[in-house]
Design a protein around this ligand. Structure first.
Ligand SMILES: *Cc1c(COP(=O)(O)O)cnc(C)c1O
Length: 378
């Protein structure tokens, strides 16, 4: 099934009796048993819920995994995933991760005895050198947030083959519409479903997709035990969002390409980080492992004052955290998403007070460019 079709039909419940075209919202905490030892297959909504199962089936199908679990947020998914590890375990992670993930690793996982090392996961030599006997996983975000570094997923996998080290990929930015990390060797795919999957800035969600049944079983146990599951109504909203994932991703990318190109000619913009620009260092790898570059751009203005002025002046574009929705949003990573990342680490990564990040929505590119142009005027 092609992804466009899978977005709409992968989860169709062929057993229900009404013929409802859209997933019914099973707003029930618990389910009655038919008799002693006779369950309908549904016992309690933390364990199973028919609406949530539909969105989970959709994600598993889109990512090509054995199982998918739907969480209340992306961070809940990551926190549950970290329960796989024990005190003394060592992880290697991309050095330019989502700020909330860094906060979880440094302030919660560390306290639990799990040590996370950060490096450029596309530097395969450095990565190989950092592996120790206690390394249990490599955690990759690609492209990274906000600097848009690309990691070669299959090359990292090749390095890990034959070792007991999981490859985890945060696929929030590209979604399975543009990239399927499991087909490149990932063991677990993670999503903030709040972003492109939901796509409308109206709900929070998260997903873990496991490539293999054995790992899926371990994660299912942690999932039902820790309990941050997605509610039936939010499951419905994410299912509805995914139906238009393909056309939203295409439009967002076309807009991003046009805006990135236009930015190159602006005198108050020093650098543009967009994977789809011909001189982006990750473009070749991206072409190999993904079918699109996505809709995220970050750019460096000439001065902190310019960055602040743009944030004050945009009219159509909203100055708001988050990404991946139909509305174009602009953020100030140094002050917002990455405020909790230590200042010196931020600076060495290029997350300066001149850097802005744009999540390009599906409005008309022309209107978005006009808004940015007026915001950049003297
Ligand atoms: C937003 C985000 C998360 C966290 O997801 P929430 O739904 O906000 O908890 C994780 N990774 C990436 C890349 C994100 O953009």
């Amino acid at each position: 099934m092609n992804p466009e079709t899978a977005c709409i039909h992968a989860s169709r419940d062929t057993t229900h009796s009404t013929g409802a075209v859209c997933a019914p919202i099973y707003q029930s905490a618990t389910f009655a048993h038919l008799g002693v030892g006779r369950s309908t297959g549904y016992d309690y909504s933390r364990l199973q819920n028919p609406t949530r199962e539909q969105v989970e089936r959709t994600l598993a199908a889109l990512e090509g995994g054995a199982d998918a679990m739907a969480f209340a947020t992306g961070m809940a998914a990551t926190a549950c995933l970290m329960e796989l590890f024990n005190p003394g375990d060592h992880l290697i992670a991309s050095d330019d991760l989502y700020g909330g993930t860094v906060r979880l690793f440094d302030r919660v996982s560390a306290k639990n005895g799990v040590c996370v090392d950060y490096l450029d996961t596309n530097d395969l030599q450095a990565l190989a050198a950092r592996i120790t006997p206690s390394t249990r996983a490599v955690f990759v975000e690609t492209p990274t947030n906000p600097m848009m570094h690309v990691t070669d997923i299959a090359a990292v996998k090749a390095l890990l083959t034959g070792r007991d080290i999981l490859l985890i990929v945060d696929n929030t930015f590209l979604t399975p519409y543009f990239c399927r990390p499991i087909s490149l060797g990932a063991d677990v795919v993670l999503h903030s479903g709040t972003k492109y999957l939901g796509g409308h800035n109206d709900t929070l969600a998260g997903f873990l997709v496991a490539a293999q049944a054995g790992l899926a079983e371990k994660l299912r146990f942690l999932y039902k035990t820790t309990g941050a599951v997605l509610s039936p109504f939010d499951s419905y909203l994410v299912l509805r969002g995914i139906k238009t994932l393909a056309i939203r991703m295409r439009q967002s990318q076309a807009n991003a390409q046009a805006i990135a190109q236009w930015m190159l000619g602006q005198k108050k913009i020093r650098r543009v980080h967009y994977v789809g620009l011909p001189d982006h260092p990750g473009i070749a790898v991206s072409r190999r492992q993904a079918t699109g570059f996505g809709g995220m751009i970050s750019f460096e203005t000439d001065a902190p004052e310019t960055a602040l002025r743009v944030l004050e002046r945009v009219k159509l574009i909203l100055f708001a955290e988050s990404l991946g929705g139909v509305e174009t949003l602009i953020t100030y990573p140094a002050m917002q998403t990455h405020a909790d990342v230590p200042a010196e680490r931020r600076e060495t990564q290029g997350i300066t007070d001149r850097l802005l990040r744009l999540s390009v929505g599906i409005e008309a590119a022309e209107d978005l460019i006009a808004d940015l142009a007026q915001a950049l005027e003297d």
